[in-house]
Write a protein that binds this ligand. Sequence first.
Ligand SMILES: [Zn+2]
Length: 363
Amino acid sequence: MFASIATALLLGCVSACTRKNDGATARASASGTTPAVSSVTDTPAAASNATSAASASTTSASAAASTGADAARVPNELGRIPVVEYHLITDHDALYARERNHFRRDLEEIYARDYRPVTISQILDRKIDLPRGLSPIVFVFDDASPSQFSYIERNGKLEIDPQSGLGIWLDFRKTHPGWSNSAVFCMLPGAAAGHNFFGDKGIDGQKTEWRFPKVRFLHDQGFELCSHTLWHANLGKYSDAVVQEQIARGQLAIDSAVPGYKVRTFALPLGVWPKNRALAKQGSWTDPKKGTVVRYNNEAILEVSGGPTRSPYDPQFNPLSITRIEAIGNDPVRTLDQLDKNGNRYVSDGNPAVVARPAAPTK
Ligand SMILES: [Zn+2]
């Protein structure tokens, strides 16, 4: 029956293991998606100018420490990976807001279920080096609001607000071994209402000059920096030229904060593709003042929804359409329930050299 087939699929790496550098080839096309309302409107604000040049840079990939992972959990590195998407971290739950204690509960629940954070870059590079029995999960924080990362100034010293999303994350990390800073921030450098590298112009007490140091701090701590356009333009509404300006200037601003940082991941504002879809991946924009050409070439594109994404070892993995789960209501935990129920959860084998594949189904 179907149940026995599902069980057989999970018998593990008996005769079906391959090396981790075998692999899937990315497809260039990307699937459709449903537009959604966001906490950031399609509205420009004064955008910062960005200046510095690009060179190579990497995001650190940190392996989780040994934990009490369920030893009976059968490795399956072709399983699905949840990519959970957060917006505001605040004092109430809403469509695009997570109440702080709810966010803390998410972290506890996810940790207890033996998930550990990885970045999109780690997935692209197939460096999901978790101990056996643990599963990867990606946390993505969209829109760069002060609620995600605030400073408090005390006696001329800046402290991370423990009530901001980052403060909660770092606090959680202190007491949870193996929890790394492998999360992804998809940022805006020029949107309204403080959605400008985590706050400007005194909004929520945040000073404009703190913006670049915040982005640098995230990079220094091992988080992945991701672009989300300049001011959250609905790319489906604009010309090819504006689409490229939005994406190029979003990337350029990150480069200004962290010179040489190679942006690899791009999140579509509102989940909306440009009319010319290829421009989400690759394009260029010429700075009219300086005449310099800014080129971009995104390796991963994040959709706004669509459920857990495929493993990078799955032949159908498409980095140009990485689906996500919005942190609305109980959806993150429900997703983890479904992965266990359906038997298609990515579970690491603890061996970076081998891909643990489900055994071929017997009759
Ligand atoms: Zn957004």
